[in-house]
Ligand binder design. Structure first.
Ligand SMILES: [Zn+2]
Length: 489
């Protein structure tokens, strides 16, 4: 039994898939106009944990992610410049080159963080035809109107618009107006109305690189329509041989994203899909909280963005950030500091040393299938924590219990190692990559000699030998179960 906190119902609910062991999972992808920062990536780590929990439970997860490579305007409210076109101008490249470059960079970062790849990666620019079909269907049902700069969705026409936020239509309009840093177009009927199709600037204006013809004129799709249409196509199965059949759309199991997407982006995805299908769009909405750095939410515009490459440059392993992220529940803000990352790196190194220690002591190579009652209990506690709205901090505490048990010689290295690897199927800390390197005769002798010196409390001599070993390209760590010598990375 797995339960999640569902933003839509504002309570924890037991997860039940639409179709048996198959789960449709949608995660909003990046807007590819620059590198993703670790605040963005925190959301993808939370989604990765979600996916891994489902996979380990035996679900077949069909994971779809969009790539926003057009239509995301700098204001989030249908005004300002297209983020990708703007970056293209600044870097003197084509908009397509910018999108391609940062898409690749994003997936490289994900790989470094051990985030599993989606089954389908769907760029918005490859789904223009589908977006037009959806707008036409909305138009037919009377949900759209035209202004001088585009086709808009009339949010007052949907009876439960804004339900994801827990606010009614009036309240949501008011709050959006109050929170806005920009002027809303006076042609919009309601503050919450959003563009479905934006017209390219008229002749004489700045020429766009990304634009397409449509029944309403040359232009580009709005930001919210891409996720609606990509969901409908790959998970909702509402396109049969290229023909849009919204009445046949299926409800989707899980949709996720950062909590900042709730009031506008996700609210508008629901509006578009439910307006045409007249069916529930998504059963479970899961949202991850922000990352806080120096008292502010990390963001490109806030000027406090840290990239994965910044972590590497400072000598940290990207997985130390993953481990740090797992130490805070996904629905709580994560306070980032370099000191916290340093502590996380040390914690992760201790885990690696523990695995190394297990490996050294493993005598029989075969996989132990049956765990001792004590380890069975630990396994159960770990699963319960993860199944309880992905409580990774609690699961990590259980993992540390396993480590302590082992050092107290309460469990065998074989079974301990096997259980650690099972946990890591969810944690994704790369424990299966750890291999022991047999030590050369010279190193073995040096190690034994150092051990002798330490026993005799001849610390100076012991330290000299340590330096010798380090000069040979190896690192030493003294653990409760003896010294571990392994090659430096
Ligand atoms: Zn989205």
């Amino acid at each position: 039994m797995i339960s999640f906190y569902n933003t839509l119902t504002r309570k924890k609910e037991v997860f039940k898939s639409v179709k048996g062991r198959n789960v449709g999972l949608y995660t909003c992808g990046p807007t590819v106009y620059s590198y993703a920062h670790i605040g963005n990536l925190r959301t993808y780590i939370f989604e990765d944990i979600l996916k891994r929990v489902l996979l380990l439970e035996g679900y077949q997860v069909h994971h779809v992610m969009n790539i926003t490579d057009v239509g995301h305007l700098s204001s989030n409210a249908d005004t300002g410049e297209d983020k990708i076109e703007k970056a293209a101008k600044k870097q003197k490249k084509s908009a397509f080159q910018i999108a391609e470059f940062y898409t690749q960079a994003f997936f490289e970062d994900c790989k470094k963080l051990n985030i599993l790849s989606p089954d389908i990666i769907a760029p918005a620019t490859k789904h223009i035809k589908e977006a037009i079909a959806l707008i036409q269907a909305l138009e037919k049902k009377g949900f759209t109107y035209k202004t001088s700069d585009g086709i808009y969705f009339d949010t007052s026409k949907l009876k439960d618009y804004g339900k994801l936020t827990g606010m009614n239509f009036e309240k949501l309009n008011k709050s959006l107006k109050a929170g806005a840093r920009i002027e809303f177009s006076p042609e919009k009927r309601n503050t919450t109305d959003f563009s479905l199709w934006k017209f390219s600037p008229p002749t004489g204006g700045l020429k766009r690189q990304m634009e397409w013809s449509s029944p309403w004129g040359v232009g580009f799709p709005g930001w919210h329509i891409e996720c609606a249409v990509i969901n409908l196509k790959y998970l909702g199965k509402a396109f049969k041989n290229g023909v849009f059949t919204p009445e046949k759309a299926q409800t989707i199991d899980i949709h996720t994203g950062g909590s900042d997407l709730i009031p506008i982006h996700h609210t508008n995805e629901i509006a578009q899909v439910e307006a045409v299908t007249e069916k529930k769009f998504v059963n479970y909405w899961l949202h991850g909280e922000f990352l806080i750095f120096k008292e502010f939410r990390m963001g490109k515009s806030e000027g406090n963005a840290i990239l994965v490459n910044d972590l590497i440059k400072k000598g940290f392993s990207p997985l130390a950030f993953r481990y740090l992220a797992l130490n805070t529940h996904y629905r709580k803000p994560l306070e980032f500091s370099w000191q916290a990352l340093k502590n996380a790196q040390e914690g992760l190194n201790d885990i690696y040393n523990f695995i190394y220690q297990c490996l050294i002591n493993i005598k029989q190579k075969e996989i132990k299938i049956k765990f001792s009652p004590a380890l069975e209990k630990i396994k159960k506690e770990f699963e319960e924590a993860m199944h309880d709205d992905l409580n990774a901090p609690r699961a990590l505490a259980v993992f540390w219990k396993l480590i302590k048990n082992y050092y107290k010689e309460e469990s065998e290295p074989e079974e301990t190692y096997q259980l650690a690897l099972i946990f890591d199927k969810i944690l994704g800390l790369g424990l299966d990559k750890i291999k022991i390197t047999p030590l050369s005769k010279e190193l073995q002798l040096l190690s034994e000699e150092r051990e002798q010196m330490r026993k005799m409390k001849k610390w100076l001599e012991a330290d000299k030998i340590r330096k010798k070993i380090e000069k040979l390209g190896f690192s030493l760590s003294d653990t409760k179960k003896g010294t571990i010598i392994k090659p430096k990375k």
